[in-house]
Ligand binder design. Structure first.
Ligand code: UD1
Ligand code: UDP
Length: 372
């Protein structure tokens, strides 16, 4: 009897959140003899991607080294598409997996389409319904979703979005979000933050990087953070600043000299998880942080107009405040002053996953192997 060859799976990662969310999948594939697992890093992010890959012990088999300083979307897209096409031609995998809504993911799906390589979309079906919010991520995930053969939806509402777009029910698998697998794999270690924070103070943790907030919205966010630090001497603000020059320049100019506010380079994932655990409150426009913080029982004020992650908002543990000075200051102040309100938002629910999403994704692909 001839042996069935392992299924050759190429996992593609480009940015920090993709690496965090694909790490559990890559580890599960590597431990399963049904698969020959390879990893391609586009390195749309350089340092922030490398930080995560090192933490999870992932050494890419291919590295496209795409990142350029202050890269523009069109040039990034064009360079990624050409480089991915060449790599796919050389690798010729049985299938490709990629996660989320970055330019890496959209171009990976498109390059697979042109080469007729089946594409599996991890974290499928998130939608705001507004192509401009978040920009360009809503377009990226719509395109990736249109081209995917497998849709690994984190939640039932993500599945419903895909059904509404006409995706066949059999192609959708509700798995939970792999970010919770990654988070739970490190949270028990209670990692140190590595940045000194006065232990007597309540910590407000901040992240912000969305393109639609560049310019005046980010300045408004910074002014609100400054106001909170100035009027609450019992509060320490920690803001690991995204290296995008459009973010770094504004954050340093508006907050660099403010007592009570610590700006630092992006934290490695372990210390960042430690910072979320230590935080009293989180202000963020990040997708991943909206998923992780509720699982850690930390309230999040989302610095965006819209969210594609409605579950935690519906559960009352995440609030959309937009990049709007009055709303940020008023909501944060209420959480600082009103213990009952704070408790209602710090309940520790995990609508995005139970820590076993990667196993479910790999089981679906193993089933495909048997069926195929
Ligand atoms: C990208 C994704 C966004 C995702 C975010 C996660 C796109 C268009 N955007 O946004 O969806 O939420 O990553 O963080 O796919 N830089 C560095 N070192 C790094 C990473 C970035 O210096 O390790 C700087 C570079 O100047 C780079 C710039 O940041 O050109 C922008 O990087 P890019 O990936 O285009 O956009 P992000 O804002 O990081
Ligand atoms: N994160 C990190 N260090 C930081 C800030 C964030 O490791 O300094 C992690 C965070 O825990 C989450 C992910 O990075 O898992 C989110 O990435 P980001 O906010 O860059 O992207 P998004 O999720 O918005 O696409």
């Amino acid at each position: 009897m001839s042996e069935i060859p392992p299924l050759r799976v190429l996992s593609i990662v480009g940015t920090r959140p993709e690496a965090i969310k694909m790490a559990p999948v890559i580890q599960a594939l590597a431990g399963d003899p049904a698969f020959a697992s390879r990893v391609l890093a586009t390195a749309q992010h350089r340092q922030m991607l490398d930080q995560v890959l090192a933490l999870f012990g992932i050494r890419p088999d291919l590295d496209l080294d795409i990142m350029r300083p202050n890269q523009a979307l069109t040039a990034l897209t064009a360079r990624l598409l050409l480089a991915l096409d060449e790599a796919l031609g050389a690798e010729n995998p049985d299938l490709v997996l990629a996660q989320g809504d970055t330019t890496t993911v959209m171009t990976a799906a498109l390059a697979c389409f042109y080469r007729k390589i089946p594409f599996g979309h991890v974290e499928a079906g998130l939608r705001t319904g507004d192509l401009d919010n978040p920009f360009p991520e809503e377009m990226n995930r719509v395109v990736a979703g249109r081209l995917a053969r497998w849709h690994f939806a984190p939640t039932a509402s993500a599945r419903d979005n895909l059904l509404r777009e006409g995706v066949a029910p059999a192609a959708i698998h509700v798995t939970g979000n792999t970010v919770i697998d990654a988070l739970l794999s490190v949270a028990d270690r209670r990692p140190a933050i590595g940045v000194p924070i006065d232990p007597a103070k309540r910590l407000i943790l901040v992240t912000a990087h969305r393109r639609e907030n560049f310019g005046e919205p980010l300045r408004e966010i910074c002014r609100a953070i400054r106001r909170l630090a100035e009027t609450n001497p019992d509060v320490a603000v920690l803001y690991p600043v995204h290296p995008n020059p459009n973010v770094k320049g504004v954050a340093e100019a508006l907050l660099g000299d403010c007592p009570g506010i610590t700006l630092c380079p992006p934290l490695d994932y372990l210390p960042f998880v430690g910072a979320m655990q230590r935080a009293y409150l989180i202000l963020s426009d990040s997708g991943g942080v909206q998923e992780e913080a509720p699982a850690l029982g930390k309230p999040v004020l989302v610095l965006r107009q819209e969210t594609e992650r409605p579950e935690a908002v519906a559960a009352g543990v995440v609030k959309l405040v937009g990049p709007v000075y009055e709303r940020i200051v008023a909501q944060a102040q209420r959480l600082l002053d009103d213990p009952g309100y704070y408790s209602s938002m710090a309940r520790g629910v995990s609508p995005y996953g139970d820590g076993h999403a990667a196993g479910r994704i790999v089981a679906v692909l193993r089933g495909h192997r048997v069926a195929g």
